[in-house]
Design a protein around this ligand. Structure first.
Ligand SMILES: Nc1ncnc2c1ncn2[C@@H]1O[C@H](COP(=O)(O)OP(=O)(O)OP(=O)(O)O)[C@@H](O)[C@H]1O
Ligand SMILES: [Mg+2]
Length: 277
């Protein structure tokens, strides 16, 4: 499939048919939910969350710098295409699309191939802001307001019929839109649009001090997301070990322990039977 280089965004959202997430079904008298599950593509992770993310949910992946947030999010979208034939969109607001592609090649992920096949799209939200020319097909212009920004993402999601979306990261949305003070209303808008799109989405944010409960940059991202995953480090024998904690996952029975994980040459691997002290 060929994409137009520029997506025109003059029409309101309402001219595009809304797709609602598939309805949930309540089974049995015990009130447990039978929700369609979306496989994460993260090795070892799905068994911690009842088989996968609830379809159409929004999950916040938070953690300090270098904890693996970008890798987690890209793996979710990339493996969605590779293993489950589910198209996806990556909105990169922290590094240029070309840098992301190169970094992800180290894990053996050939993003470009799926872009050519029209199954994966990267929206470059960096080049215009730093004043660099971009050869990308999907580019967010500088000086967009929140509405145009969200509308653009909506259009690209529809163009590739994406079922998975990564927005990396929330703090850079605020920075990019120069609307840090309005971040609350922008996030509420974003949340509504994500639900309308029906995609399963990962949003990333910074956790300034997880040990003291500060797990998000603005102290509110976790309330908007329906799931929260913390990626963090722990010191053991003068070495930093990675661990993952599921803080919340609506519609899901999930584990509440800290589980070790590694970033390997094939991406993130979680060890569900491992223990972290
Ligand atoms: N090819 C690789 N093989 C193994 N580990 C890697 C590889 N590439 C990156 N890593 C590890 O992953 C870390 C970076 O992960 P990632 O970029 O996903 O983190 P992040 O939480 O998004 O960081 P930031 O806050 O800087 O955006 C690196 O510091 C390194 O430890
Ligand atoms: Mg990152």
């Amino acid at each position: 499939m060929l994409f137009p280089k520029v997506l025109y965004l003059k029409k309101p959202y309402t001219d595009v048919a809304w797709e609602r997430p598939r309805a949930m079904r309540v089974v049995g008298m015990e009130g447990s939910y039978n929700v369609n599950r979306v496989k994460s593509g993260i090795s070892g992770f799905d068994e911690l969350i009842d088989g996968g993310f609830p379809q159409g949910t929004t999950v916040l992946v938070t953690g300090p710098t270098g904890s693996g947030k970008t890798t987690f999010g890209v793996q979710f979208v990339y493996k969605g295409v590779e293993l489950y034939d589910e198209p996806g969109v990556i909105v990169t607001l922290e590094e240029r699309a070309q840098d992301l592609r190169r970094e992800m090649k180290a894990f053996g992920w050939d993003i470009e191939r799926y872009e050519r096949e029209g199954k994966l799209a990267i929206i470059d939200g960096v080049s215009a802001v730093v004043g660099l020319p971009s050869e990308e097909r999907f580019v967010l212009e500088d000086n967009l307001n929140a509405e145009d920004f969200l509308r653009y993402i909506y259009r690209v999601v529809k163009a590739v019929r994406a079922q998975r979306l990564l927005i990396d990261s929330i703090p850079s949305i605020a920075f990019r839109l120069r609307e840090e003070k309005r971040i609350r209303s922008v996030l509420l808008q974003l949340n509504t649009i994500l639900l309308e799109m029906g995609v399963t989405a990962i949003l990333t944010t910074e956790a300034p001090d997880p040990a003291r409960g500060k797990i998000s940059r603005y102290g509110m991202e976790e309330y908007i997301a329906r799931g929260v995953i913390l990626l963090d480090f722990m010191e053991r024998d003068v070495e930093l070990k990675r661990y993952l904690l599921i803080r919340k996952m609506r519609e899901t029975r999930h584990q509440m322990k800290k589980f070790p994980f590694e970033i390997t040459r094939e991406g993130i691997i979680v060890y569900p039977s491992g223990e972290v002290y």
